[in-house]
Design a protein around this ligand. Structure first.
Ligand code: PGA
Length: 238
């Protein structure tokens, strides 16, 4: 694992955006794995700004998001479809037909999970997966206890995750209880990963990720076994 220290959230976001932009410039047909949550917001803003300034193109890029809530319509401001359009897709030139998120409204959710997995394979797999880190070590919505071999699946969100995500909703009761997430095996199949971590409240989780035991109790610990992971973390998270 390569560790890059950032001064603060702004610096982390700048470095992460640069990292992604360079990958896209080196491989204009890159398949990106994308994440949502609070951490990547400014990274996406920097990618948008750079695109507007330098015309870096995303026309050949394909993206797959890690997860989506079950039961939220695409136009719901708390859906990850909405988040991605708001923060990234509507501001860059990536074609709509090349952005994919799991469909949390699919009639057959099991079928949706295997179709999503197949779609990633058909595109040759993920070249660069962007990841945030949950307080409980989750990556995507793979909560503690998720088997490392699991692929895209339906998950019951941990109570701590529901509470952590309640900040985006009006009421705790509005946070969906389930999601579709790319599995740990899906994530580990990515050729390269970029994990971004910011803030003192992530310190314990980051310590476990970097130095702790590899265990399903802390899903992100499996990244220690991936050959090509870069972590960009703020000083206070370190
Ligand atoms: P956050 O979430 O970026 O909102 O802190 C990270 C995660 O849960 O993966």
């Amino acid at each position: 694992m390569e560790l890059i220290k950032a001064k603060d959230y702004q610096d982390m976001s700048k470095k992460a955006a640069q990292f992604i932009i360079e990958k896209v410039k080196a491989n204009p047909k890159a398949v990106l794995g994308l994440a949502t949550g609070g951490t990547p917001v400014q990274t996406y803003a920097n990618i948008v700004e750079e695109h507007q300034k330098n015309d870096t193109t995303y026309q050949g890029v394909t993206s797959f998001n890690l997860d989506e809530y079950i039961g939220l319509p695409v136009e719901d401001p708390n859906s990850y479809h909405y988040y991605m359009n708001k923060h990234l897709f509507s501001h860059i030139d990536i074609p709509d037909t090349q952005v994919f998120l799991p469909n949390g409204l699919a009639a057959d959710l099991t079928e949706e999970c295997s179709a999503y997995e197949d779609l990633i394979k058909q595109h040759g797999g993920i070249d660069l997966q962007l990841l945030g880190l949950g307080h409980n070590g989750h990556i995507g919505f793979n909560e503690p206890g998720t088997p490392f071999e699991q692929r895209t699946h339906v998950v019951d969100l941990a109570e701590s995750t529901i509470k952590a995500n309640a900040r985006f909703f009006d009421k705790l009761e509005e946070v969906p209880r389930q999601a579709i997430t790319a599995g740990i095996r899906t994530i580990m199949d990515s050729k390269e990963m970029l994990l971004i971590v910011s803030g003192e409240q992530k310190r314990e989780a980051l310590q476990h990720l970097l130095h702790g035991e590899v265990t399903t109790d802390f899903p992100a610990s499996i990244l220690q076994q991936h050959p090509h992971v870069t972590v960009i973390a703020t000083e206070d998270a370190l």
